[in-house]
Design a protein around this ligand. Structure first.
Ligand code: GAP
Length: 502
């Protein structure tokens, strides 16, 4: 998908119109880069979360999940390096007073160059920027901005300040400020969930009798004071992460890093998205904790961008927590090292991390699913917007629609729902024409619409309509639950095996 800003805007409008995502506190004109998930958005988000959680815990013998608090002891963030290093180079435009993240400013300029068929120049600019970022060469970055005559989108001028660092953590005060010395009651809203896992490493290892290699997974909110946050839910100030820290023997990090790169890509592909939408991007500038890192990038309507990070975090975090807390963070490995013939003994484990933004995953799913279709025939103009969501992620799995509001049809529809609702999310609707009701269900990605009509009363059959093909089939009510459950579990997406012939 090339940079398709119209499609991006259409998806944003669709999310609002159909109850997926609203700007936060919209009646007060919203809060920049903060969003609320509506009735269908929260269902879709929860289904993504459940799918990740199940594949990372239930389906893994050696990974368990936790749910740590958002507030953590402030020393956590000293030890993790976030107080000193969680910065982004920023530059301000003196005329508009607008602050930009330097890499975003340069990337936006490169994207314009690509749009103007200057791909080679754009590649050169990005390569140069990455070199300078890797060296923290701030004067060099400013010079690059000047050389390419990059202007502020608001003032239109290139009247820039020097490039400076800006910490991305939000802080607040804990407890009563009058009872504390100035500054000693500052706590941070966690900028990543990972540290909740590191500080609980020994608790989980000991109480769960976990043996290396093993993992700890977590889903939870994270907060970053992002400066440029204009890309809908791609870059938010409050967002959710799904992270897993995999604890391994030192020296095995390369093989486990490769393992998790492939495993995570497989997970994305398991949702049926075309593999051409994904690519790996190796980091040149490594985060302060990593000895290798890459992103799984997804082809969003705003171009290929980071969806998930795979990081080889060495023993950086556990070692630092040991140093700052003065508590041992070691693991005793009684397996025999073939090189020495003795037990591996005590060591601080190394860590491979997989870290995906839930909101970004949501955006990738909905961008991939969104389709505007022209269904016009010579006789009639027609179109629809359909979300081709994987059935397991769809907010509603089955809508049951009585053809008319009378003759006992609504009662039969409600009976079908009563039989199925404890297994999957159903929806009843009797208002408007059946065509309009189908369109509404298409727009929120409901894979199956079931219509109850007069024939239902005679032979206990209904029509089932498939969202993607719009084909309809007559099937027995008794087969419905099985058909939908098989589609949700991914066994099948069509009902041809269950066709009944009169
Ligand atoms: N614990 C490692 C870590 O947090 P990261 O690359 O900074 O690494 C991991 O973030 C993932 O979190 C990203 O790949 C992205 O999906 C998501 N993410 C990061 N910042 C985000 C933001 N401001 N809004 C939405 N998602 C974000």
């Amino acid at each position: 998908m090339a940079n398709d800003s119209k499609k991006f805007q259409d998806i944003i409008s669709h999310c609002k119109e159909y109850g997926f995502i609203f700007p936060s506190s919209e009646i007060y004109d919203g809060l920049q880069a903060v969003y609320d998930y509506g009735q269908w958005g929260s269902e879709l988000k929860k289904n993504i979360k459940d799918y990740w959680w199940k594949s990372m815990t239930q389906l893994q013998e050696n990974i368990v999940g936790i749910d740590a608090a958002i507030f953590m002891h402030p020393t956590t963030w000293k030890a993790s390096g976030h107080v000193d290093n969680f910065n982004d180079p920023m530059i301000d435009n003196k005329d508009s007073k607008k602050r930009y993240r330097v890499d975003h400013l340069i990337e936006a300029h490169a994207e314009q160059m690509v749009a103007n068929n200057r791909q080679d120049e754009a590649d050169g600019l990005i390569a140069e920027m990455e070199k300078l970022l890797a060296k923290d060469d701030f004067p060099g970055l400013k010079k690059l901005i000047e050389t390419y005559n990059i202007k502020c989108g608001i003032s239109g001028t290139s009247n820039w300040t020097d490039v400076r660092q800006f910490n991305l953590m939000f802080s607040t005060e804990f407890g009563s400020s009058s009872s504390s010395e100035e500054g000693d009651n500052i706590v941070y809203l966690r900028p990543e969930t990972a540290q909740g896992i590191f500080v609980n490493f020994l608790n989980v290892q000991k109480t769960g009798r976990m043996k290396i290699p093993f993992g700890i997974a977590q889903i939870g909110k994270a907060f970053r004071n992002e400066i440029v946050a204009r890309q809908f839910i791609f870059r938010m100030r409050e967002f959710e992460q799904m992270e897993m820290q995999f604890f391994i023997r030192p020296g095995t990090q390369k093989e486990w890093y490769e393992h998790w790169k492939q495993e995570r890509l497989k997970w994305h592909l398991s949702l049926g998205t075309d593999s051409k939408n994904y690519r790996f991007h190796d980091h040149i500038k490594l985060a302060h904790y990593a000895d290798a890192a890459c992103d799984i990038e997804f082809d969003f309507p705003i171009g290929f961008k980071e969806l998930e990070g795979i990081h080889s975090r060495t023993d950086f975090d556990l070692k630092n927590h040991q140093e700052f807390s003065k508590k041992k963070m070691q693991y005793f490995d009684n397996d025999i090292d073939p090189a020495t013939g003795k037990a591996y003994g005590n060591y601080i484990p190394f860590v491979i991390e997989t870290s995906i933004g839930l909101d970004r995953m949501f955006l990738s799913v909905i961008s991939n699913a969104y389709e505007e279709q022209d269904l016009s025939t010579p006789e009639k103009q027609d179109s629809r917007v359909v979300l081709k969501l994987p059935p397991r992620l769809a907010p509603i799995k089955m809508a049951v629609l009585p053809l008319v509001k009378k003759d006992g049809l609504p009662e039969i529809a409600r009976q079908i729902i009563d039989d199925c609702k404890s297994h999957f999310h159903c929806f009843f609707e009797e208002k408007d024409t059946i065509g309009k009701r189908y369109r509404r269900m298409d727009a929120i990605g409901t894979p199956f619409c079931v219509t109850v009509d007069q024939q239902t009363k005679e032979d206990s059959t209904v029509t089932i309509r498939h969202r993607d093909s719009m084909q309809q089939e007559r099937i027995a009510i008794a087969d419905l639950k099985r058909i939908v459950l098989e589609a949700i579990s991914g066994t099948t997406t069509n009902t041809s095996n269950f066709l009944i012939t009169n």
